[in-house]
Design a protein around this ligand. Structure first.
Ligand code: 2M8
Length: 438
């Protein structure tokens, strides 16, 4: 039975965050006043359930920020706003010859969701012919984006791509990065943070962490956003299991969509070649047998970063582990994250002393990660766990509203919702979960 009030509330959030003139949706008023890459993908999924035109406009607006070399940035600055740092004038992407001329963007990216989102949109909408026309107009742009990743972000030609900034991971201040911050000693930059004027500083990264974030951007700017230089010299170079799983899932979606369209055999052959290589290397390099989960790999310092996060389980979403391995991982997840007095799924290992239940990506539950895990569990037929993730997610939204992140401890009751309010992807994915028959 679909909860009509919850759907109505979610639609209200999405509609009020949608900028009709420019055709994109902000993640949340004040805190995030521009168009964010992976947010837009999740938002488009929500729109597809009730307004396919908005879903298409959202993706089009994101792709209007694509660079000539195929790169899709993490923020597209369609508008001005002084409520966010670092804003449109900071990034200086004009230092790179391929940046778009009509709109400002950042020079970092985010998990490449657009490929699998196109397939979701096709599956959701009633008018398949109309959506297929839209997909035909845009699919090559996503293909080019993946080509750019494998051509520029995979220095050893392994089938795994790197990220060079924690903001590219989407899981911005995960404790995973702490070991890398220890290798850096950035200057104490002078800038004015805006995020902590919107949200309690206890729920956001520290100032020193922000110095690291800014330092990495300063380095990229100093090299004019040249991938080869960044790969050679950036202190942050990581193969992230969430990022690579999303890329692999998007490859699969592109294969299915090109098959549906017909006449793209060469691209399908290339995509299959990327997939075979990527999945094999992923399983070989990113699985940690002792932790019984996938982990991040620090390419700069050539070592696994041995921590378990909710990202560790997202390879399930992309069908990467064998059934046997999936069983082992799910066991790890349920042992560490799945106790009865906790909502699924904390974003960081609750048994670790680095776990922080209220701070941004250092522990709280995030709705987009829950959605990815829900889909992964469903795919591998862990039906009861999928149902529990769905129920926990909806309980959190029902109790608190469409917040940005939530406390995994049930004992926190009414106090356990944090970050921005009326947050777009929390609303969009609530609609999608409610429509799911499981
Ligand atoms: C958060 O990241 C931005 C930087 O990109 C920030 O903290 O300022 C992350 O949660 C990220 O995953 C998300 O896409 C973004 C907008 O919702 O906010």
């Amino acid at each position: 039975m679909i909860d009509k009030n919850l759907v109505k509330g979610a639609i209200n959030v999405l509609n009020s965050n949608f900028n009709d003139q420019q055709g994109f949706t902000i993640p949340c008023e004040g805190l995030y006043p521009f168009q964010w890459h992976w947010d837009s993908g999740f938002i488009a999924i929500g729109f597809a359930h009730y307004d396919s035109n908005k879903a298409k406009r959202e993706i089009e607006a994101l792709l209007s920020g694509q660079w000539a070399n195929g790169f899709i940035p993490h923020i597209v600055f369609h508008n001005d706003s002084d409520t966010y740092f670092p804003g449109p004038d900071y990034h200086r992407t004009d230092l790179h010859p391929d940046c778009p001329k009509n709109v400002k963007t950042t020079g970092i990216t985010q998990p490449p969701v657009t490929g699998f989102v196109l397939k979701e949109l096709y599956d959701i909408v009633e008018d398949k012919a109309d959506m297929l026309t839209f997909i035909k107009q845009n699919i090559d742009k996503i293909y080019k984006n993946h080509q750019h990743f494998y051509g520029h972000r995979d220095p050893y030609n392994e089938g795994l791509v790197y990220i060079y900034h924690n903001w590219e991971s989407g899981t911005d201040n995960s404790p995973i990065w702490d070991e890398i911050w220890e290798t850096m000693d950035p200057p104490k930059y002078k800038y004015e943070r805006k995020d902590t004027t919107h949200v309690d500083a206890a729920q956001r990264p520290t100032n020193r962490e922000y110095d690291n974030y800014i330092h990495l951007l300063e380095i990229a700017k100093a090299y004019n956003y040249d991938d080869a230089k960044i790969a050679e010299l950036s202190p942050f170079l990581v193969q992230d299991p969430l990022f690579n799983a999303i890329l692999i899932k998007s490859n699969s979606a592109l294969i299915e969509l090109y098959e549906l369209i017909g006449g793209h055999e060469e691209k399908i052959v290339t995509l299959n070649r990327w997939q075979t290589k990527a999945k094999a290397r992923f399983n070989e390099k990113l699985f940690n047998k002792d932790l019984k989960a996938y982990v991040h790999y620090d390419l700069r310092n050539e070592k696994q970063l041995s921590y378990i996060t909710s990202s560790s389980f997202t390879p399930l979403f992309a069908g990467i582990p064998s059934k046997e391995r999936a069983y082992i991982m799910v066991n790890t997840l349920m042992t560490k994250f799945g106790e009865e007095e906790r909502y699924l799924c904390a974003s960081f290992d609750p048994q670790s002393d680095k776990f922080n239940p209220v701070k941004y990506w250092r522990g709280p539950v995030w709705i987009n990660l829950n959605w990815l895990l829900f889909r992964g569990m469903k795919y591998y037929n862990f039906t009861d766990i999928a149902k529990r993730i769905k129920a926990d997610t909806l309980t959190l939204i029902e109790e608190h509203g469409f917040y940005e992140y939530f406390d995994s401890r049930k004992s926190e009751g009414k106090n356990g919702a944090y970050g921005g309010h009326n947050f777009s992807w929390s609303a969009a994915l609530t609609i999608d979960l409610l429509k799911d028959k499981l």
